[in-house]
Design a protein around this ligand. Structure first.
Ligand code: COA
Ligand code: AMP
Length: 637
């Protein structure tokens, strides 16, 4: 295989990580250089660039203003839902962020304080994130599609001094009123933030509480610009909560130093993008893709980044992405396969694409879920550019497996995110921690240390960090993904080993949905499984057993459960299917056979588990799934 250039870089990153990343760190402005590149004195809590001091906002904005990019566009806000486009140059964005930072400081926010940001895709959200970085405050962004209790659990974990929200978000055909959601969340939360800042949108101005709430515009008008504060490389830049195997989300911590180095390095080496180019990650700031590739990496690199408020379809049509690419001369687009599937579903022949000049587009990157070959092939033919699948997680902030276009473009195998990215020593282990043979599915693990930018720990929870990720195979990070390496060293990421599911590129815990179903007074027990869906990749399906004597009508019960998941977790869960069954299939030791039920709903031939308590239950489950519209094949005898 012709991969010598990639191999040389990859091997150097593993053989001598300290000099590799020290060299990359020269591309960042430091107020004080580091004492140690890699601090491994407290394994498995590795720290990068300890002793160093920098400011992420300085590197993302001020540096470019001072080094000749002041008049280049930094941020383009393209709102398909309000038909508004606004551009900020690097100078304008720096000046605005400096004032937002002054406003935060006037609210009492200082270094190390947490700020929860619960916002739609409006420019104030990006400014708030960068302003936190400017003064050394730690932001915790909560995705707008989460309901009040999810927001409350994140408020309790992060204990913010300030919460920033907008009066509303605009979903196609629906206005999401954030303010009442915030009020409910603060009612539920044990931690009561002292202050909330509200961006009032004309579509739905909210009523503010006199004591607690302040109007963003009014406060900003009175704010003075403030300078960047040096922070330790190891100080947290942000917390981002992600689904774990329980209902309690995990607060992924991101440091300042390693993150800035990795982000900037990845723009050239993974995406092959240079300063001055337009880079668009069509994601949401509430997810890690939004943090890394809408906000931090493109700005650190001196690119123009796009904040797109809209959907791939319906705002107004399936040509929306192509319109944005041609209008803003996008070089690289990054989105989720589900977005491409949505476009393909509405415009299978690609009629819309023909309306636009897409000559600026060089590469399409996909991530967030397993990329099926159809999506890859269809988008490649439609756009005529390389389509690159890459694999990563909230925990890592950047790609673990990719075809690194800035190092050496390798042959593509559809369905594989190609090879391990420099910095990541990716292995596939069997249950005993031995290397699995090529082509054999096992646990995908990464040998420690993880490279810069990856999470040093979980917020306030070192124990869960060790227990959840580092304990299973000491010396290795357990990714939670199952897959294999083939004989060419290509990675294949097949599924999760835990109860995490991926719904339209969004990571959700079936355990958390089960907790909601189980809280209904008529439900004795339940199981939620992620069933294959042609558009969203997976959708959650619930199977519930009624308590003895419960007389509720099954249709009413499903409506109540669907509504309850929407209210407690949020519409983003896309929970729309519940079946009532007499019993759930279990092993003799009492473990619910979720995998078997998932295979049944997916129409796969499933094996009769040898440990099953009562095989007849599967006949009942098959009947229930057929009633819900699934094609269940008969179990092999
Ligand atoms: N705020 C409030 N509600 C939101 C929301 C937000 N930021 N984002 C989604 N929702 C709501 C939607 O309005 C919808 O509500 P509904 O049940 O009332 O219709 C629900 O959550 C499910 O949303 P979604 O998963 O977006 O499904 P959809 O059917 O509206 O759209 C897609 C389907 C494929 C177009 C859409 O999921 C999509 O654009 N996916 C790309 C995902 C992505 O970029 N992920 C980032 C990972 S890289
Ligand atoms: P998140 O933390 O929300 O980014 O979700 C990370 C999870 O999404 C991973 O652990 C995988 O299960 C899945 N995932 C992300 N990208 C890919 C990909 N390219 N191929 C397969 N699975 C992916």
């Amino acid at each position: 295989m012709q991969d010598a250039v990639y191999q040389a870089v990859y091997q150097r990153s593993l053989n001598d990580p300290e000099s590799f990343w020290a060299e990359a760190a020269e591309d960042i402005h430091w107020f004080r250089r580091w004492d140690r590149v890699l601090d491994d004195r407290n394994k498995p809590f590795y720290r990068w660039f300890s002793g160093g001091e920098l400011n992420t906002c300085y590197n993302a904005l001020d540096v470019h203003v001072e080094q000749g990019r002041a008049d280049q566009a930094a941020l383009i806000y393209d709102s398909a839902v309000t038909a508004r486009i606004k551009t900020w140059t690097y100078r304008e964005l720096r000046d605005q962020v400096a004032r937002v930072a002054g406003m935060l400081r006037a609210q009492g926010v200082g270094k190390g304080d947490r700020v929860v940001i619960y916002m739609p895709m409006v420019p104030e959200a990006v400014m708030a994130m960068l302003a936190c970085a400017r003064i050394g405050a730690i932001h915790a962004v909560v995705f707008g599609g989460f309901a009040a209790p999810e927001l409350a659990s994140r408020i309790d974990d992060a204990q913010p001094r300030l919460v920033i929200t907008a009066s509303c978000g605009l979903e196609p055909g629906r206005t999401v009123e954030y303010k009442p959601l915030l009020d409910t969340a603060i009612d539920i939360a044990r931690h009561k933030p002292e202050r909330c800042l509200i961006v009032q949108r004309s579509q739905y101005p909210a009523t503010l509480s006199q004591e607690r709430d302040r109007d963003w515009d009014q406060q900003l008008a009175a704010a003075a610009a403030v300078d960047c504060v040096p922070v330790a490389a190891t100080d947290p830049l942000y917390i981002l909560h992600t689904s774990g195997t329980t209902g309690t989300p995990k607060g992924i911590v991101r440091d300042n130093g390693g993150h800035a180095v990795a982000m900037k390095w990845s723009m050239k080496n993974v995406y092959d993008v240079g300063a001055g180019e337009v880079y668009w990650a069509a994601s949401d700031i509430g997810w890690v893709v939004g943090h890394s590739y809408i906000v931090y990496a493109p700005l650190l690199k001196g690119c123009t980044t796009i904040l797109y408020e809209g959907k791939p379809v319906g705002t107004p049509d399936p040509g929306a992405f192509w319109r944005v690419i041609s209008q803003h001369q996008v070089s690289v687009l990054f989105t989720a396969p589900t977005a491409i599937r949505a476009i393909k579903k509405e415009d299978p022949d690609g009629q819309q694409r023909r309306k636009y000049d897409l000559s600026s587009l060089r590469t399409l990157f996909l991530a967030g879920e397993r990329c099926d070959s159809d999506t890859l092939t269809w988008s490649k033919q439609l756009l005529g550019v390389p389509v690159i699948d890459h694999w990563w997680q909230t925990e890592t902030a950047w790609a673990i497996g990719a075809n690194c276009m800035g190092i050496q473009a390798l042959p593509i195998k559809p369905g594989s995110p190609t090879r391990a990215v420099p910095g990541y020593d990716v292995r596939c282990f069997d249950e005993h921690g031995n290397d699995a043979a090529p082509g054999t599915i096992g646990n995908i693990v990464i040998r420690l240390p993880l490279p810069p930018g990856t999470f040093p720990t979980l917020w306030n929870n070192d124990e869960r960090f060790v227990h959840g990720y580092m304990a299973r195979f000491p010396g290795y990070y357990l990714s939670g993904d199952a897959g294999y390496l083939d004989t060419d060293g290509y990675l294949w990421i097949m599924s999760r080993i835990d109860d995490i599911i991926n719904v339209a590129g969004h990571r959700l815990s079936t355990g958390a949905i089960e907790e909601v179903l189980a809280s209904h007074t008529d439900v004795a027990e339940c199981a939620v499984v992620g069933v294959a869906d042609a558009l969203k990749g997976q959708v959650p399906v619930g199977l519930v057993v009624l308590k003895a004597g419960a007389e509720i009508d099954p249709t009413l019960l499903s409506q109540q459960l669907i509504e309850r998941v929407r209210e407690r977790i949020g519409p983003v869960a896309s929970f729309r299917t519940v079946g009532v069954v007499k019993r759930l299939p279990k092993t003799r030791s009492g473990k619910i056979l979720r995998g078997t039920m998932r295979d049944m709903a997916d129409g796969k031939p499933y094996k009769m588990p040898p440990t099953i308590d009562d095989p007849h239950i599967l006949v009942e489950i098959a009947e229930a799934l057929r009633t819900l519209g699934y094609t269940v094949v008969d179990a092999p005898r």
